[in-house]
Design a protein around this ligand. Structure first.
Ligand code: SF4
Ligand code: SF4
Length: 343
């Protein structure tokens, strides 16, 4: 099989794997005949990046099963394409020919790997919210989040506009993408019809999908937030239900609220609610069949899958931090450094 076809087959197999531009470049070089052994310093030099970024890129590819370490260790550690991709080279002629035909057929549809920017561009919110930005700063001036947080929507759009995967990756791992309140005030004022709030939505989605959210303090808060809001929605049919509210975790609400929670039925009755009752009324019990429908909506729209991803990456991060899941979630809920605020 021709080398070009093997390479094409490889990219077909990896077409849904998200890679940055540096990774794409060096994988292509490996297929085209890399000069010498691939190690961290060579990666850094070839991709014009720092050794730390090079190592991160390589480890990411190892985790994704694209690269593996050779037998050489220590200072001689180097990497090569993973064993499973070598079957293109070793496969018998019949299999190879069939694969070659398939690759040729698909080649026209382009097996080009995707960069982070390309991934963002697949999101309709991004396509609708991202046009040429003239850096006027109107979005920042109108943004209520920018009033309180160290946050600048103009800067977010500027970074994305560079199409620089290294910078986009940094953004995806930062606190910055979690400050926006999705109010869309920016959309109404941008002279270029950009929607920084829509761009943020796409960035958040990608950050979750790639597991980058766990690298920031605000991103880690997704776990307790998801348990509180999605948990309440699925269990009671309300995004916030008094039964999910733990007074111990919100002592700032004061002793009156504690009493209120301990006497929910009486206090709700005095407020005119039909608390957990049948039939209509505020805070009525939502029938099981309606809750089943809510669950079906979560399943069909991908929310269930996204929740699973958040759980999985959070568990991995908890392990990395040497914490149990309970400790990790508690810390994510409680801890708030003062680096986020304007003053
Ligand atoms: S949508 Fe986000 S970025 Fe836009 S104005 Fe509202 S808080 Fe600011
Ligand atoms: S208002 Fe629009 S054009 Fe101006 S900085 Fe914000 S996104 Fe860019």
């Amino acid at each position: 099989m021709a080398q070009e076809s093997k390479k094409s087959l490889f990219w077909q197999e990896c077409k849904s794997v998200v890679l940055n531009e540096r990774q794409i470049k060096i994988i292509n070089m490996l297929w085209d005949g890399f000069d010498g052994k691939l190690n961290t310093s060579k990666w850094a030099k070839t991709a014009n990046t720092s050794p730390a970024t090079a190592l991160r890129d390589i480890q990411d590819l190892v985790e994704k099963g694209i690269l593996c370490k050779t037998a050489e260790a220590g200072r001689s550690t180097n990497y090569e394409l993973a064993e499973k991709y070598r079957h293109y080279v070793e496969a018998g002629s019949e299999t190879s020919e069939a694969a070659e035909r398939e690759a040729a057929a698909q080649e026209k549809q382009s097996a080009a790997p995707v960069s982070l920017f390309d991934e963002l561009n697949k999101d309709y919110r991004f396509r609708e919210g991202f046009h040429t930005c003239i850096n006027c700063g109107t979005c920042t001036a109108i943004c209520p989040a920018a009033e309180f947080y160290c946050y600048d929507p103009r800067q977010i759009v500027t970074i994305v506009q560079t199409k620089d995967d290294e910078k986009i990756e940094e953004l995806l791992k930062s606190d910055k993408i979690w400050y926006c309140g999705e109010c869309m005030s920016c959309v109404t004022r941008c002279p270029r019809k950009n929607g920084p709030g829509l761009v943020i939505m796409a960035l958040r989605e990608l950050s979750i999908r790639l597991g980058y959210f766990v690298e920031s303090e605000k991103g880690r808060q997704l776990l307790p937030l998801m348990h509180a809001l999605a948990g309440s929605t699925l269990k009671y049919g309300y995004c916030i239900h008094p039964k999910m509210f733990k007074w111990e975790a919100h002592k700032e609400s004061g002793p009156v609220f504690k009493w209120h929670l301990e006497h929910l039925e009486q206090s709700m009755a005095r407020l005119g609610a039909n608390y957990m009752g049948d039939g209509p009324g505020i805070l009525r019990k939502i029938p099981q069949e309606s809750l089943d429908e809510v669950k079906a909506i979560f399943d069909v729209t991908g929310a269930t899958e996204r929740m699973k991803i958040i759980e999985e990456f959070s568990a991995k991060k908890a392990q990395e931090m040497g914490l149990s899941m309970e400790e990790y979630e508690q810390r994510a809920f409680e801890y708030c450094s003062n680096k986020h605020f304007n003053n």
